[in-house]
Design a protein around this ligand. Structure first.
Ligand code: GMT
Length: 376
């Protein structure tokens, strides 16, 4: 099939899911056309079977806010017409589903009918999408899609609860490349970071407020207080980084904390990790947790959103109430000081991650494409 995929070009979340989906579909023989305002982080320049189309937005003195949604819709029309797209799959409803609807209407006027599939990822439903300034348009655009998917049962429930939507929503979870994300020998790296064989605690995110990075630092400081010698590796960057840096200075734990910034090869850091922390205040799935689990790393997370569908309490790690740093620190100490427990949780984490095998999950998208294509 010729498939158009629109996404945000982000280092994590929906951008990663869309790009990994594109790569897997291309390997399975489909022709993919990706659209975004800059090259998606995980999309290599010479990816066979994928053509990247940058959506260019011309600035004009009249525009304080250039109309990206319209530029994207125009690009979609071009691709439907000249690349003969069979369907459009958009990731993150806002504004992608709206642009797709507009492109579809334009093409229908020309006698061409192209189905749209919208994948809901997170804040398009839980935060921004339900803001009154967008809600009507988001609701309409989702409902007008020919197929809708959500990344967790939780997100499906949230969508029905907060939007008046009649469309059937199919849950297709995030997925993982089990080959790439597996524990590998990085002893040189471990030695460089932990010369005294300290335990390694890792957090990966975009450091937005919702990720609770300061809580990660608090929990880690409590683990140190218990007498466990450990290092905290923080991967990613974003608005809360300075706050977290200041917190490390205030707590006098800077020698134990490394800010590694945005990394392409996250699996290398996860390979030396003993524990992964994700205390998020909102998380529809938690791809970062799945990546850690796939590298056999036990996870301590909050018990909100879709996280309980990924991290299984007492099996792959532990879940605590939102903002309960005592609980997270206690479980952290428990895991890091009991090698037998650590081994069991690590094995279970990898085993559970295997249920989100990339090839199997991508097949679910493929099946949906065929169903929708036949229907429209
Ligand atoms: O988590 C983020 O900050 C990025 C965000 C996005 O929309 O790209 O990620 C969302 O989609 C991911 C992929 O489906 C999910 O694994 C994340 O849990 C979800 N993030 C939130 O719900 C906050």
């Amino acid at each position: 099939m010729n498939i158009g995929i629109a996404c945000y070009p982000t280092f994590g979340g929906s951008g990663v899911v869309a790009t990994e989906l594109a790569k897997t579909l291309a390997k399975r023989g489909h022709h993919i056309h990706m659209m975004s305002y800059s090259r998606p982080a995980r999309l290599d320049t010479l990816e066979t079977g994928i053509t990247y189309h940058e959506v260019s937005i011309n600035s004009y003195p009249l525009f304080d806010y250039p109309p990206y949604a319209l530029a994207l819709a125009s690009q979609m029309v071009n691709l439907i017409e000249f690349e003969d797209l069979d369907l459009l799959h958009v990731h993150y409803a806002l504004p992608h589903a709206t642009s797709a609807y507009l492109a579809k209407q334009i093409m229908a006027e020309r006698g061409v009918h192209v189905p749209i599939i919208t994948t809901l990822h997170g804040t398009d439903i839980t935060l921004v999408g339900r803001d009154p300034s967008y809600k009507h348009v988001v609701e309409f655009s989702i409902d007008k899609s020919d197929g809708v998917t959500a990344v967790s049962e939780y997100l499906k429930r949230e969508t029905y609860e907060h939007f008046d939507i009649e469309q059937d929503i199919r849950v297709i979870p995030n997925f993982i490349d089990l080959e790439r994300f597996q524990k590998s020998n990085k002893s040189h790296f471990k030695k460089a970071i932990c010369p005294n064989d300290e335990k390694v605690v890792v957090h990966v995110s975009n450091f937005r407020k919702v990720k609770r990075v300061p809580e990660v630092v608090t929990v880690f400081a409590k683990i140190l207080e218990s007498g466990i010698d450990a290092k905290l590796l923080l991967v990613g960057d974003g608005p809360d980084r300075q706050k977290a840096e200041q917190q490390c200075r205030d707590l006098k734990i800077c020698d134990h904390v490394r800010f590694l910034g945005k990394l392409d090869q996250v699996e290398e850091v996860l390979s030396i990790a003993d524990l992964f922390l994700i205390p998020s205040g909102s998380e529809t799935f938690g791809l970062a947790a799945l990546e850690a689990m796939s590298c056999s790393v036990p996870v301590i997370s909050s018990n909100i959103g879709g996280l309980p569908e990924v991290n299984i309490h007492g099996k792959t790690g532990y879940l605590c109430d939102l903002d309960d740093v005592e609980c997270m620190a206690n479980y952290g100490v428990k895991i890091l000081s009991d090698p037998k427990l650590h081994k069991k949780l690590s094995e279970n984490a990898r085993k559970h991650a295997m249920t989100f095998n990339q090839d199997e999950v991508v097949k679910q998208y493929e099946e949906l494409y065929l169903e929708i294509k036949d229907k429209v």
